[in-house]
Unconditional design. Structure first.
Lengths: 256, 256
């Protein structure tokens, strides 16, 4: 891997520069160095992303190469190293010791948006509950709720989890539907296979929010598995259960 | 489909007999007629099962043919017709109008048991909480709890649901792990892809219960996807979401 792109959160430019300098000393060709997604050049072997999960989410939609995320402090779900672990990364990089962690995108075709975490339909605070009808090839459900989250396995540890949803390992080929404040106690998540295309119809216009970006108000949209996925390169000893245990305390051995 | 087996819950023998009679009038060859799984003859085109989900669970492990379940009163998740709908079934049977609903088995190799719903590790009522360590290729978790349920998508509407777990559509290729009364608030379900083999190690012996049958006490066992699956034949208009709506009221339109 000799050609690299660097994408960074604007306030981390200094750290990004020091990474670039160290890589150039190792004769790595830095093809782009930017905090603006529009300046991302596609033709690199790998893209380093410096920032939290939000920065990785942003970059992932624009790059075609695998991604390696670096975060200050504790690891995010989508970051592979802390910023402090850059030297460890350099060693792994020189020996090409990585493990591939593939994540699937969804897409909302009406707004031409890719989704790595979740697609959310959400009413205005001042509005009453909305009827949300979900139709897929093999059935349909109606929720009377404040909104609905359609999440990837990647997004299952984000908003869906806050709403009481389950944790999906990244390589489960499925979506999670989790209603927001549903009436009639219908608060459980439903898991659908990811080959289903989901049509959403709401009784009045709701905000359509994809990976945290509000695309305005819609009454109707559809969600399906995208042709795009992204590979995150991980240290060889990475496993997803470790990040669940470290970040959420879930399934951790408290007695060791 | 001209060769049929009939398996029935002992107290439904009279109904089973009347079904057999009507089928013989249509020149159907009844290859076995029993309430004893050991008398199930493998070589039929289809097996009619008269009884609830428990009876279907029992029969499913012994037959190689597709199954059609008949239940008194309301439909079960695994039944395709109510007993009252036998005439409707006969029509579908004559025109061979069925829809296939395939369900995956798990297996617990230490006890040579097949599982269609769930594998449960459960402590004695008088015992303190147990540490349950789950190991799979891509990671591990430890739960401090009364027990743990490892469920198929089929079992996701049974014990796992009672414990707060999500609903999985039958065709999701995954397991659900749902802890029973976990400490440390780690009560969410975890969904794993079904190609993972799961090893379970408990800090003291717990009851190993597969589809409701107690196999005695174990400290160690493993669960993996079986080579066996079972096809349930359904009326053509069946969809799983309908049974969720009818039986649980989940995702139902209350305003129509």
């Amino acid at each position: 891997m000799k050609s690299i792109g660097i994408f960074f959160k604007p306030d981390l430019e200094k750290i990004a520069s020091s990474f670039a300098k160290k890589l150039e000393e190792k004769n790595v060709n830095i093809k782009f160095f930017s905090s603006n997604v529009l300046e991302i050049n596609y033709k690199t072997d790998v893209t380093l992303v410096i920032g939290g999960d939000g920065t990785v989410l942003k970059a992932a939609k624009f790059v075609l190469s695998p991604i390696i995320g670096f975060k200050g402090g504790r690891l995010g779900f989508l970051s592979s190293y802390t910023i402090e672990e850059f030297e460890k990364f350099l060693k792994d990089f020189e020996t090409n010791q990585f493990r591939e962690d593939k994540r699937q995108f969804l897409e909302v075709k009406e707004i031409n948006a890719l989704c790595l975490n979740d697609v959310v339909a959400l009413k205005e605070p001042s509005q009453k509950m909305v009827d949300i009808e979900i139709t897929f090839r093999d059935g349909n459900f109606v929720f009377h709720a404040d909104g609905l989250v359609i999440s990837t396995p990647t997004g299952s540890t984000a908003y869906s989890l806050s709403l009481g949803g389950p944790i999906l390992l990244p390589n489960v080929d499925a979506y999670v539907l989790t209603p927001i404040a549903p009436q009639f106690l219908a608060s459980r998540s439903v898991i659908l296979p990811d080959y289903e295309e989901i049509s959403v119809l709401t009784s009045f216009e709701t905000h359509l929010i994809v990976d945290g970006v509000d695309y305005g108000k819609f009454k109707k949209f559809s969600v399906k598995k995208s042709e795009k996925n992204i590979t995150i390169l991980r240290p060889f000893d990475y496993d997803f259960s470790k990040s669940i245990k470290e970040k959420l305390g879930y399934g951790k051995n408290y007695f060791k």
